[in-house]
Design a protein around this ligand. Structure first.
Ligand code: FRU
Length: 494
């Protein structure tokens, strides 16, 4: 009773961070080693992904005070290699005034090279963040901008906010890019409940004109959030251009997931290349969400980071982690132009430099009912590694990896199905072998598993919560043999 009274007093008088605590048992065994987590407390969507002067900036939806969603602000971290992140102070905090609470919802950041906004200082281009101001008391969402003159560390909100307001409760997640040919900014923003996105153009990031809308195609079972529209080369050919429209909604099996559309954008309107009812998914697991591409990358590179949604998982003192940064490519396939994803090539350079004791390379061999144990080998027992293997199908009906003792990352030959089985739970995707081969890239990081199949033609991401001691790692085949053409693995554990 005394304790309760004390809490009530504290809650009324002192800022939230003094009394909000996470009383859950700490779970260091599930803290990823090479995937980004907030040092402490809640994290969701990546925001304002931007590359500036050799540094990758990662802003993210963050509750600075508690290990649950709320007090939404933009947390901030930077990295030079996309694996090791430097935690920085909150970049854009929530705004509290007498009548209004403004939460800083998702959005993007741009480098305003031409100082079109006039926010530049001393001849230095400003970084401008474009985000959704969520105002729960007014039941309203509108788009705000804020500028930084110190390279993205701190931001000043623009006095003329909002810059886009259509008087709606749900209207969010602006993604802004620079259109070089038109010398204009383009914003893609979601009207979630109406399953549509709107496109706006601006010359100065302050005044925006509605260009057009796109929606009610693909998967419309769930609300649409976190859209992005990106010009892409097809098959690496700069003369062949398509536009990739990604949207967070659902996927074939899960309530949360991402879909994409491939098409053309004529400066005003997006046209879908596929039939309106066709559904294309970014990831087939139930945790990959809210991914957005990086702005300002050199050499036309396209890379995104997504959020791995933690649902009710009891991690502490943090919750939520980011995916591995993924390089994006559009490739022509027999069924049309499709999105391929790979763990960022920038990270591979780091893997090459690891000491020999942290690398494993196996020669071609046949695998049968006797599992090939890898965990005793070279210390791959930390549940934080990458494995990259290619198999040629033979008589086995199933083959793949057993990781963290009991989680199976397998391919079933009869059903052409890649699956992750964790106890009673199975998630899967369908994929055909290429020349009778299946390539599996498995990224395990204590509590996350990302599986890229056949050079990233399809991806399945999930979260797992193994026992501390569950570090088994093996290659298996069932009901026959499979040929392991080669396997490389890198131990990223500490
Ligand atoms: C997606 C989302 C966004 C919103 C943010 C709020 O996960 O709901 O639409 O901007 O999270 O935290």
């Amino acid at each position: 009773m005394k304790k309760q009274l004390f809490s009530i007093l504290l809650a009324g008088l002192l800022p939230a961070w003094l009394y909000a605590q996470d009383n859950a048992t700490p779970t260091p065994q599930w803290r990823p080693v090479y995937h980004f987590t907030a040092a402490k407390n809640w994290l969701n969507d990546p925001n304002g992904l931007i590359y500036l002067d050799g540094v990758y900036h990662l802003y993210y939806q963050h509750n600075p005070f508690e290990n649950k969603w709320g007090h939404m602000s933009w947390g901030h971290a930077t990295s030079k290699d996309l694996l090791h992140w430097n935690h920085l102070p909150v970049a854009i905090p929530e705004i509290e005034t007498k009548d209004t609470t403004t939460w800083i919802f998702s959005g993007s950041a741009v480098l305003d090279k031409h100082n079109s906004s006039g926010f530049g200082k001393d001849g230095k281009a400003p970084v401008v963040a474009i985000y959704t101001a969520d105002q729960p008391k007014q039941q309203k969402e509108s788009q705000f901008i804020a500028y930084s003159n110190d390279g993205g560390l701190t931001y000043t909100n623009y006095a003329g906010n909002p810059v886009v307001d259509i008087n709606k409760k749900d209207f969010r997640d602006p993604s802004v890019i620079w259109l070089e040919e038109q010398h204009k900014w383009l914003m893609t923003v979601a009207v979630p409940a109406e399953h549509k996105v709107q496109f706006y153009a601006s010359e100065n990031l302050k005044n925006w004109q509605l260009l057009s809308e796109f929606g009610n195609q693909g998967d419309t079972r769930k609300i649409w959030e976190c859209p992005s529209l990106t010009p892409m080369n097809v098959d690496g050919n700069p003369a062949k251009k398509k536009w990739l429209l990604m949207i967070s909604s659902g996927n074939q099996d899960a309530a949360t997931g991402m879909q994409y559309f491939v098409g053309n954008f004529d400066g005003k309107t997006f046209t879908n290349d596929n039939k309106p009812e066709d559904q294309l998914f970014v990831d087939y697991g139930r945790t990959f969400y809210a991914a957005i591409p990086y702005n300002n990358l050199p050499d036309n590179r396209r890379m995104m980071i997504g959020w791995l949604m933690p649902f009710e998982t009891p991690t502490s003192p943090w919750r939520g982690q980011m995916s591995i940064p993924r390089d994006l490519q559009l490739k022509t396939t027999p069924t049309g132009i499709r999105l391929f994803q790979q763990p960022s090539a920038g990270i591979s350079t780091y893997l090459q430099k690891l000491p020999a004791a942290k690398k494993l390379q196996l020669k071609p061999q046949r695998i049968n009912s006797k599992e090939l144990q890898l965990s005793n080998n070279k210390g791959f027992s930390t549940n934080a590694y990458w494995a990259d293997a290619e198999f040629t199908l033979a008589t086995a009906t199933d083959f793949g990896f057993k990781i963290a003792e009991s989680v199976v990352v397998g391919y079933n030959v009869q059903r052409n199905e890649l699956y992750i089985r964790d106890g009673k739970d199975t998630q899967h995707l369908n994929i055909q072998p290429v020349n009778n081969r299946i390539r599996l890239q498995v990224l395990l990081d204590r509590s996350s598993v990302e599986v890229f199949v056949n050079d990233g033609e399809k991806v399945l991401t999930t979260l797992i919560f193994p026992d501390k001691a569950a570090t088994g790692f093996s290659v298996f085949a069932e009901n026959g043999e499979v040929k392991l053409n080669g396997l490389k693995a890198w131990d990223l554990g500490k």
